[in-house]
Design a protein around this ligand. Sequence first.
Ligand SMILES: [Zn+2]
Length: 228
Amino acid sequence: MVARHEKDQYPMTSPKPILTDAYSLILEAIDTGTYRPGDRLVESELAERFGVSRTPIREALQRLETQSLLARDGRSLIVASLDHNQMAELYVVRGELEGLAARLAARHATSEEVRLLREMVETDNSLCDKPALLARANRRFHKQIHLASHNRYLVQQLDLVHRSMALMATTSLAAVGRGAIAQREHDRIVSAIEARDEDGADAALREHISVAFTTRLKQEAAAREAEV
Ligand SMILES: [Zn+2]
């Protein structure tokens, strides 16, 4: 196990729902950054960490490898990372699917779901300078839009996309100023859903994803510069 993640011992202090199967536990650990791209996953360590026997851990690792969330590095399994092209491809799919979810949410969301989205935007505004918390709040917000689409197949596809998003080592919300701008974009998305403006909700969400992608490209460029 990598030393810098020791403080993130799971799940003792987590307020999240208790996950019990090995697959969900490992996935959650990748999603929340406990394990990052390039980190080695060792069956015995995972079994001990999660208090699960080795057989389900082995099966979960095989499943995650099949889903390309884990990769082989010699004889080891590591958390996969996305290359530039994979990232670009993922953002294209994400923009289309998220836009569709917003469109369907504008059509099908109940008034309670719309009110919840509005409350999320208002609450999350206080997190603009806390990238890690904002990233988590952001996932919750998008998940709520997915659910408000009332289309279970779309929700499944978006879960897959978001799973792969976890393989990006950083969040675009960590870029200077991005948190506040992203929140204004969320506000516009919810306003369109409130107005039952399907085209507007679709366009606002696509724009949000497009700006996030541009931000990430800038982060990549800056990282390349820092390496030289
Ligand atoms: Zn967002």
